[in-house]
Design a protein around this ligand. Sequence first.
Ligand code: AP5
Length: 189
Amino acid sequence: MGPPGAGKGTQAQILGALWKIPHISTGEILRACVVAKTALGLKAQAYMDRGELVPDQLLMDIVQERLNEPDANAGWILDGFPRTVTQATFLDKLLHELSGAEGSTSNPKCGLKAVNLDVPDDILVSRLLSRGRQDDNEETIRRRLQVYREQTEPLIDFYSGRQQLVAVDGDRAMELVTAELQQSLSIDS
Ligand code: AP5
């Protein structure tokens, strides 16, 4: 988790490669659907262009399908999901089902960790403006930040109350953020 530009995608990609587990970005899946002009992409594009969240049910279907693929059996990093309490509650239910699925090597004892990358707003805006993705214009960035505060930030309390939250200062050099995440999320321990 973390606001737009916090470094979710950057860190998830690095850690996924290090740990040899898939990096699953719901934003990337949606952007690929938009480019391919699939029915899902056509539905999602207007929301994404406005900086709004795409409806929960579409995202829950995407994640359910993706986590059922064989390469997700031994672990994964979800980037940008969950983003609402509805999505987080759904993820709990899905993980429960998956851990009991026949042939699954998922270990329910490993449990779920939710990472929040914290970065001040002015840094976020300047990072995104210099990246220049289609939804990286000032108006959409402001809306994405507002939507994050209203709909996603409540998940910090949701996961913290369950001792599942790892909070990390994302306003540092990328390698320092990676090192802290490796330490806090070590899958060897
Ligand atoms: P998504 O693709 O998830 O976008 P986002 O949350 O706005 O996040 P960003 O990709 O902008 O930022 P990031 O935190 O990944 O940072 P990054 O590593 O790229 O979602 C896009 C849209 O899809 C949403 O608005 C919504 O419409 C829809 N959507 C997706 N998931 C959804 C869901 N679950 N429910 C409903 N709708 C959903 O880094 C940003 C820049 O900063 C890069 O240029 C990077 O090089 C740089 N950078 C990173 N780390 C550092 C650092 N430590 N120091 C300096 N620069 C850094």
